[in-house]
Write a protein that binds this ligand. Structure first.
Ligand code: NAD
Ligand code: G6P
Ligand code: MN
Length: 441
């Protein structure tokens, strides 16, 4: 069987150990010859790199392993780049969340003004790693988790239309895992129909392989409990703030109960409530730094101190399994059905062809083939159209260096109450983002 060479870009990410563990766990299904980490922060990546070097030496000595900040070393002779960079790191995520809250607006990693600010930072970082990949390994596929995925995907569509970059999100998989628990199935036993944008979509069908439909049963459960389940479903999306998010799906469903909502819709449908429940001095970035980041880096330091990865605190989650399944689907032409972010081109019949949408696809060696989801109701179409234009205008603002377009993008966001607030926000965001953003004129 062919063996693959993988580079993880954003090697210092809190999600790197999980993905590495998952790759090792799947070596019989997805054989590895080489695994590399790449990051532009040597110190951060070094902590994880040193620990993972010990782990690989013990658990997979046949796999060549290294970590580097040199793009040539990282990207030469690679088959897959699994990317999850965070341009500006948690320090800037904290700003994305806190600045909007000061203006009474949603402060969130990927939704609302914070997401647009993050988008403006991510585009150059993403284009840079795509270029490294294509320069040193022209046939390599990039499987990209880096957020904000909607804006990154639109930027890829416009700026790198021929690049082999697949943008993905783990929320549909994470929520499907909860749904499968609700109906007593395994996620892999289920096929879904789904339409939307990234962090902005709905399930229209959840069936088993025999064709039995479970959407009504799940809807009844969600109407009572949201996606809160009794059983621990994962290591991800478990903090208290996430539990509130899963529960909130109950209210989202009340707004329109034809389909099952993605939890991220709460920022657009209930922004006032979300702002009221936010603490402008302690946001999700603070929670993640005190939680996941600390846990993962402490676990790495423990491995290094002990000189062994035996009984390590690294663990696998559905985030890692999705990206490994995707690599496998491409490597072995498995034709697995997966929800991906792709150019619409008719998949949603009454939505623009050139919109980056999130829909189920059949994934094989040539990449994803989107499945037609038909026409969508006016309510969903209108919400989506407004949001997709926000995303497109942000990318245009980036490319043209246009202050006016960025102001309009912010004004158009459903999370922002007026052009006045949008402008005040923009001026604050420009100031704190400094050189992370292109100059806007
Ligand atoms: P993190 O800050 O722990 O890791 C990101 C790493 O990227 C850091 O080590 C940083 O130094 C590095 N980095 C930043 N800019 C870079 C550049 N230009 N080139 C190379 N490396 C660079 O963040 P995290 O919480 O582990 O999340 C990582 C990313 O994955 C984020 O973008 C996050 O939003 C995304 N994510 C996406 C999904 C999804 O559903 N698509 C799910 C989970 C996480
Ligand atoms: C989900 C989303 C990701 C997002 C993450 C944030 O998994 O799909 O796009 O980055 O949540 O989680 P965090 O724990 O960092 O707040
Ligand atoms: Mn996501």
């Amino acid at each position: 069987m062919k063996k693959f060479s993988v580079v993880i870009a954003g090697g210092g990410s809190t999600f790197t150990p999980g993905i590495v563990m998952m790759l090792l766990d799947n070596k019989d299904r997805f054989p590895l010859r080489s695994l590399r980490l790449y990051d532009n922060d040597a110190e951060r990546q070094g902590v994880l790199g040193e620990a993972l070097a010990i782990l690989l030496k013990e658990q997979a000595p046949d796999v060549e392993f290294l970590y580097t900040t040199d793009p040539e070393v990282a990207f030469t002779d690679t088959d897959f780049c699994m990317a999850h960079i965070r341009v500006g790191k948690y320090a800037m995520r904290e700003q994305d969340e806190k600045i909007p809250l000061k203006h009474g607006v949603i402060g969130q990693e990927t939704c609302g003004p914070g997401g647009l600010a993050y988008g403006m930072r991510s585009i150059s970082g993403m284009m840079e790693i795509i270029d490294h990949m294509e320069r040193y390994s022209p046939n390599c596929w990039m499987l990209n988790y880096s957020n904000p995925a909607a804006i990154v995907a639109e930027a890829c569509r416009v700026l790198r239309p021929n690049s082999k970059v697949l943008n993905i999100c783990d929320m549909p998989v994470g929520t499907l895992r909860r749904m499968s628990q609700i109906i007593g199935k395994q996620p892999k036993e289920l096929d879904v129909r789904y339409f939307g944008l990234n962090h902005f979509g709905w399930w229209t069908s959840v069936k088993d392989k025999e064709g039995n439909e479970y959407i009504d049963q799940i809807r009844d459960y969600v109407a009572e409990n949201g996606y809160l389940t009794q059983v621990e479903v994962d290591t991800q999306h478990m903090d208290e703030s996430w539990q509130a998010t899963h529960k909130k799906a109950k209210d989202l469903l009340e707004v329109d109960n034809r389909f099952l909502p993605n939890t991220y819709l709460k920022y657009y449908l209930f922004p006032d409530e979300e702002v009221a429940h936010s603490n402008a001095d302690y946001t999700r970035a603070n929670e993640v730094m005190a939680g996941r980041e600390k846990t993962v880096f402490d676990a790495a330091r423990k491995i290094v101190a002990n000189g062994t990865a035996e009984n390590s605190d690294f663990h696998i989650d559905s985030h890692a399994s999705f990206i490994v399944d995707l690599a496998r689907a491409i490597a072995f032409n498995t034709h697995e059905r997966m929800v991906m972010i792709v150019e619409n081109n008719g998949a949603i019949a009454n939505f623009p062809d050139d919109a980056m949408v999130e829909v189920p696809c059949i994934v094989g060696s040539d990449g994803p083939e989107p499945l037609a989801q038909g026409r969508i109701p006016a309510f969903h179409q209108t919400l989506m159209y407004q949001q997709v234009m926000v995303e497109k205008m942000t990318v245009e603002a980036f490319i043209e260096g246009s202050y006016q377009k960025m102001w309009q993008a912010l004004t158009l966001s459903k999370t922002v109450p007026s052009a006045k607030v949008a402008k005040e926000l923009l001026d604050d965001l420009i100031e704190v983002n400094g050189d992370f953003w292109p100059e806007l004129k």
